[in-house]
Design a protein around this ligand. Structure first.
Ligand SMILES: Cc1cc2nc3c(=O)[nH]c(=O)nc-3n(C[C@H](O)[C@H](O)[C@H](O)COP(=O)(O)OP(=O)(O)OC[C@H]3O[C@@H](n4cnc5c(N)ncnc54)[C@H](O)[C@@H]3O)c2cc1C
Length: 291
């Protein structure tokens, strides 16, 4: 297949800047997808989907399959009456700004989430602390391409969206595009103020100057976030190899010195063990480990 490249290093395609080569790698436009999927499935090549790599840890040994990257080729963004239609590769801050330009509120929370529409729908991305909101609040429905070549339109209920999870993550299908409801007409100045407030809140609380994947763990049940438990366990600033628990926000792991996937995974496991032993709390990862 012409559009398939071999041995493409994945680290530059992730926000952690970690990850070995993909054996096969492609950035297809919509019409190239059916043939690409057929090529991989008939050869029994495993398929991985990658948006902006802002919620994944990729193994240093790489992925012996086909990585389909959406961020550059599936990024059409348009308005259709009371909807926004966005390709799966659309950058969430662009979607936020586009909705604001149309005079609609409700998308401000996306301004600081550096992922794509496809990744955010698959993860049911959102905020839990500052003005809580999730993708479920704005997604009308979305189209997925299954590995048998069929296309289906689904809703967030169809894929049992819960806190940072949908069944898409277990189904191995590609989100092609999503439709968003424009349901909250807003005052442009207020939207701008809200958008800046989101960015300011992040700047105050998050290590935005370091390569990270955002929150490493999901919030456990109860009122305290994962970062609170990690900090109470004395792990803020704790380091393994080039990976460090952020001194700014303990639920974020920073790549401060050419961290390997193994450094990060060892640190994640260490945090889970210490927090379980000392506080009886099970921390579940929010990030996905692709290996
Ligand atoms: C600085 C920073 C801040 C963050 N803040 C937040 C936050 O406030 N809230 C939040 O929820 N998350 C946050 N995140 C995490 C992340 O940005 C979101 O989860 C985002 O939605 C992931 O999108 P992505 O395109 O990067 O997905 P990726 O990391 O590329 O992929 C994530 C998962 O989705 C799957 N996937 C990606 N695209 C598709 C597709 N088209 N079809 C099917 N499956 C797909 C992948 O296979 C993988 O399993 C943050 C991350 C960073 C680095």
């Amino acid at each position: 297949m012409d559009i398939v490249k071999k041995n493409v290093l994945l680290a530059p395609y992730t926000t952690w800047k970690i990850g070995g080569p993909a054996l096969y790698f492609a950035e297809p436009i919509i019409k190239e997808l059916p043939e690409l999927i057929r090529w991989a499935t008939t050869k029994n090549i495993p398929i991985y989907f990658l948006g902006r790599g802002s919620n994944v840890l990729i193994n240093d040994t790489g992925l012996t399959g086909l990585v389909i990257l959406t961020r550059n080729s599936l990024n059409e963004l348009r308005r259709e009456s009371d909807l926004i239609v966005a390709g799966s590769g659309v950058f969430l801050p662009h979607l936020s700004q586009f909705a604001a330009k149309q005079g609609f509120s409700g998308f401000e929370f996306l301004i600081g989430i550096p992922g794509t529409v496809g990744g955010a729908v698959a993860m049911n991305a959102g905020l839990t602390v500052y003005r809580p909101r999730e993708m479920t609040a704005i997604v009308k429905d979305f189209d997925v391409l299954n590995l048998d070549g069929s296309i289906k339109t689904l809703t967030m209920e169809d894929v049992k969206a819960t806190y940072r999870h949908t069944d898409i993550l277990d189904r191995n299908c590609l989100i092609l595009q999503a439709r968003f409801l424009l349901q909250e007409p807003g005052n442009p100045d207020e939207i701008k103020v809200n958008t800046f407030a989101h960015l300011a809140e992040r700047k105050r609380k998050q290590p935005l100057d370091k390569p990270t994947a955002g929150s490493t763990f999901k919030s456990p049940p109860g009122s305290k976030g994962a970062g609170w438990y990690i900090e109470q366990a004395g792990l803020k600033g704790f380091q393994i190899g080039g990976a460090r628990v952020s001194p700014v926000h303990a639920n974020w792991i920073e790549n401060i010195d050419r961290a390997s996937s193994n450094d990060v995974w060892k640190l994640i496991t260490h945090i889970q063990n210490v927090v379980l032993k000392e506080m009886g709390i099970n921390l579940e990862t929010e990030i996905k480990y692709l290996r």
